[in-house]
Design a protein around this ligand. Structure first.
Ligand code: SF4
Length: 119
């Protein structure tokens, strides 16, 4: 079986438009740097193809939905990270202020406790 199916631009755009609507209504915005956002969304689609769920594209999956449930996008760390740093760990979801550069763009440290690294 081919586990590395190519992801079309259309698929990425479809996901972008779908999530944008839902997440903006909750106060979470996509990184305005569209290339970064599209790369991360492509990573989510690839992970969905590989594991059956949209595991965070910046973390190593345990390939077990139960072990990875805290890092299925949007992960449980997004809210505190956006609150504290204006961005999630991957810089996919950000605050409006972060996009407008009113919030400094700092490295977002991994908030996931090491014992949860189910690998
Ligand atoms: S860090 Fe960002 S991209 Fe990764 S799972 Fe959390 S919300 Fe999604």
């Amino acid at each position: 079986m081919d586990n590395n199916k190519a992801v079309s631009r259309e698929e990425v755009e479809k996901l972008y438009n779908m999530l944008k609507k839902v997440q903006e209504a909750k106060g979470y915005f996509f990184n305005a740097h569209k290339e970064t956002t599209f790369d991360l969304l492509e990573g989510l689609i690839v992970n969905k193809q590989r594991y059956g769920y949209m595991c965070c594209p910046c973390r190593i999956a345990a390939e077990d939905r139960e072990k990875d449930k805290d890092i299925i996008c949007p992960c449980v760390y997004r809210a505190p990270d956006v609150e504290e740093y204006g961005s999630c760990y991957c810089n996919l979801y950000v605050s409006q202020e972060w996009n407008e550069e009113k919030t400094p763009h700092v490295y977002v440290p991994e908030r996931r406790p090491p014992e949860k690294f189910g690998i």
